[in-house]
Design a protein around this ligand. Structure first.
Ligand code: VG1
Ligand code: CO
Length: 535
């Protein structure tokens, strides 16, 4: 029943920051999906990683369910003997990660392009998960890209699509109850319920994507919240045409609702539910401050109380967490962008909590970031302290000072110009230049050395510092599918309480200007260039 089909190799199947993401139309090319799955299996084998038992899930986006039989046929033809298929192919990536480790599978596939828009005119993607429940490492993705670029055939089963889903190798699984159990092990659900019972209100925006069913199960069934508090909770194949990224630029429904004081607490998720933006009544919280506050108040989460080894942030994330951790005597590690770099630190028990500036936090209990985890973490802090999130964050600033921070992007710009900009900034002699009475004192190309394995990861972005305490970080996005996306991350510390209630945009006004001048953005991209997502 096994047949081999010849193909012309695809040379573009190299995953980026987290999985392979391409326009849906690219994935629709003949045998594109089969080529990638064959490549993944060949890579598992060449890396010496078993792949007999795999999980397959996703964020519910088109055309995942159409691809499923084709993927299953390639898996079974290649000898995968047990496949756990997530119900409706919809679950947050962290819930899929939990299934991988709980049922001791060799890894899994999540059919998701995460925060990228979905549908026929949007993007599709696949995250490849290893047996630890986290994204595969760079060695894997480099080899995979090499293998697929030379792949001239794949194996599949010679059966029709409708026969495949009832094969003995396949088991259908509902991940939500397992995930809810996991959350109950980490958090005190009674404590959180008491916060709701006291009359507090919340709004959760699932963005028509993967989080909805999990949110109903935990917030309606466990905490007795009104189902109306979950917005856009039914997953749609095209996510209703929205851009499912939880930040000020794209989660505008929730942002606007919370800024006019619509609820005590609000949270929006991304497409695959591993990232989230939290807000208080009329109060926006930056993700870097979130990580700092979670570190500061980790003792309110039973799982972390007396069981907290350290914390990690990606280098572009603000240094707010460093201020807190230093005072608490906790180690802080700095990694490149992408959750996979936290895995070794977690495995080695060097850290218990980690976070990225892109609205993602997570902990040592799985190897993916986790939006619902972050939400429950915040509810735990508020329930235990009786304070709202604005008070918790401003208390933190009052004690440690405030790191004013902004991350912003120019999405879909000309790729050649973006590449030229990288060369320019690498070679530019900018140390010593002065802007707004601040002198540039260093320019570094961030190279990461994994403290556990010693592995070196070069070229992870540019960091520029001034003698006035300004830090500017720049890198290119590895998740975009059109042109290039420039990301900038800027910060400046203040310990003047009179300044703490300023907006980050006002405080950092000169730094935004400084970036334009240092990077000569108008020269590279034209006078009209404007950031598309400012946070
Ligand atoms: C972005 C974020 C990064 C995150 C990655 C995957 O990557 O900046 O922090 O880990 O998305 O998240 P990039 O390369 O575009 O900056 V997800 O939730 O989209 O899987
Ligand atoms: Co995501």
């Amino acid at each position: 029943m096994i047949k081999t089909i010849s193909i012309n190799p695809y040379t573009d199947q190299n995953p980026g920051t987290s999985g392979l993401r391409r326009r849906t139309s690219i994935f629709m090319q003949p045998y594109y999906i089969e080529s990638f799955i064959q490549g993944v299996l060949d890579t598992f084998k060449q890396m010496g990683m078993p792949c007999d038992k795999l999980v397959i899930g996703g964020d519910g986006r088109y055309p995942g369910t159409e691809f499923l039989p084709r993927i299953l046929k390639v898996l079974i033809a290649n000898g995968v003997s047990q496949i756990l298929v997530i119900r409706d192919l919809v679950a947050p990536t962290p819930a899929i990660s939990n299934i991988i480790t709980k049922y001791k599978t060799d890894g899994g596939l999540a059919l998701t392009a995460s925060h990228n828009p979905a549908g026929q005119n949007g993007d599709f993607g696949i995250k490849i998960e290893a047996a630890n429940g986290g994204g595969v490492n760079e060695e894997f993705t480099n080899l995979l890209s090499d293998i697929t670029s030379k792949l001239t055939s794949f194996k599949t089963l010679d059966v029709s699509d409708d026969k495949i889903v009832v094969r003995p190798e396949i088991m259908h699984i509902d991940p939500i109850s397992d995930y809810t159990e996991l959350m109950k092990q980490l958090f005190d659900f009674d404590l959180i319920k008491s916060w709701f019972d006291a009359g507090h209100t919340i709004r959760l925006d699932a963005m028509n994507a993967a989080s909805g069913p999990t949110l109903y199960n935990i917030f309606v069934n466990e905490f007795g919240c009104s189902p109306d508090w979950i917005l856009r909770g039914t997953p749609l194949p095209d996510f209703g045409g929205i851009h499912p990224e939880p930040n000020r630029a794209y989660a505008t429904d929730l942002y606007d609702f919370m800024m006019v004081g619509g609820a005590d607490f609000g949270c929006a998720f991304d497409g695959d539910g591993d990232r989230n933006m939290v807000m208080g009544r009329g109060f926006y919280v930056g993700p870097s401050d979130c990580l700092a506050a979670m570190t500061l108040w980790h003792k309110y989460v039973p799982h972390f109380n007396n069981n907290f080894f350290g914390v990690a942030r990606t280098r572009p994330t603000s240094s707010a967490v460093d201020l807190v951790a230093d005072k608490m005597g906790i180690n802080v590690y700095q990694t490149p962008t992408g959750w996979k770099y936290f895995a070794n630190l977690l495995d080695d028990k060097r850290i218990s909590l980690c976070g990225e500036e892109s609205f993602g936090q997570g902990g040592d209990y799985i190897r993916e970031k986790d939006g619902v985890f972050a939400l429950l973490f915040w509810l735990s802090i508020m329930a235990a302290t009786g304070k709202d999130i604005e008070t918790i964050i401003t208390d933190m600033w009052n004690e440690y000072g405030r790191v004013f921070y902004s991350q912003y992007a120019y999405e879909g710009v000309d790729k050649n110009a973006a590449d030229q900009l990288q060369v320019y900034i690498r070679d530019a002699d900018i140390v010593g230049l002065e802007f707004f009475c601040e002198k540039i004192v260093s320019k570094e190309i961030f190279e990461y050395t994994d403290p556990v394995t010693g592995q070196v990861v070069p070229n992870q972005g540019f960091e520029i510092k001034t003698d006035g305490g300004t830090r500017i970080f720049h890198r290119l996005s590895g998740t975009g599918t059109v042109g290039a996306t420039l990301r900038f991350y800027i910060e400046k510390y203040s310990d003047n309480p009179n300044e703490y209630n300023m907006s980050q945009f006002d405080y950092l006004k000169n730094v935004f200007q400084m970036v334009d001048e240092i990077f000569k953005l108008c020269e590279f991209f034209g006078d009209d260039i404007k950031p598309t997502a400012v946070n």
